[in-house]
Design a protein around this ligand. Structure first.
Ligand SMILES: [Zn+2]
Length: 81
C-alpha cells in the first residue's frame, strides 16, 4: 500500500481555470485548419491537442501544443499564482 502522501500525489488532478480554458479554445480555433503533414497518417481527421502541465514551486504552468504543426503556447493564468 502506498503511504497516504504518495497516494495523494498519484491522485493529483490538473485543471484549467476559466481564463486558461478560454486561451486554449482560442489556440484551437487558430489551429483549426492545421492538417497532418503526412497523408498516410493513421488518424488524419482528428488528433487531440496536447497539454503540458509543469509543476513549479510557486504554481503550475500550462502549455498547449497543436498536434499537427507542433506550435506551442503558454496559456498559464499567472494571476492566480
Ligand atoms: Zn497547428
Amino acid at each position: 500500500m502506498p503511504t497516504p502522501r504518495k497516494f495523494l500525489w498519484l491522485m493529483a488532478i490538473f485543471e484549467l481555470n476559466e481564463i486558461e480554458n478560454n486561451r486554449a479554445n482560442k489556440f484551437k480555433k487558430w489551429h483549426k485548419r492545421c492538417r497532418p503533414k503526412n497523408n498516410n497518417d493513421m488518424f488524419p481527421q482528428y488528433a487531440p491537442f496536447q497539454y503540458i502541465f509543469t509543476q513549479t514551486s510557486i504554481g503550475i504552468g500550462v502549455d498547449i501544443i497543436c498536434p499537427y504543426c507542433g506550435n506551442k503556447k503558454d496559456i498559464t493564468d499567472y494571476n492566480c499564482w
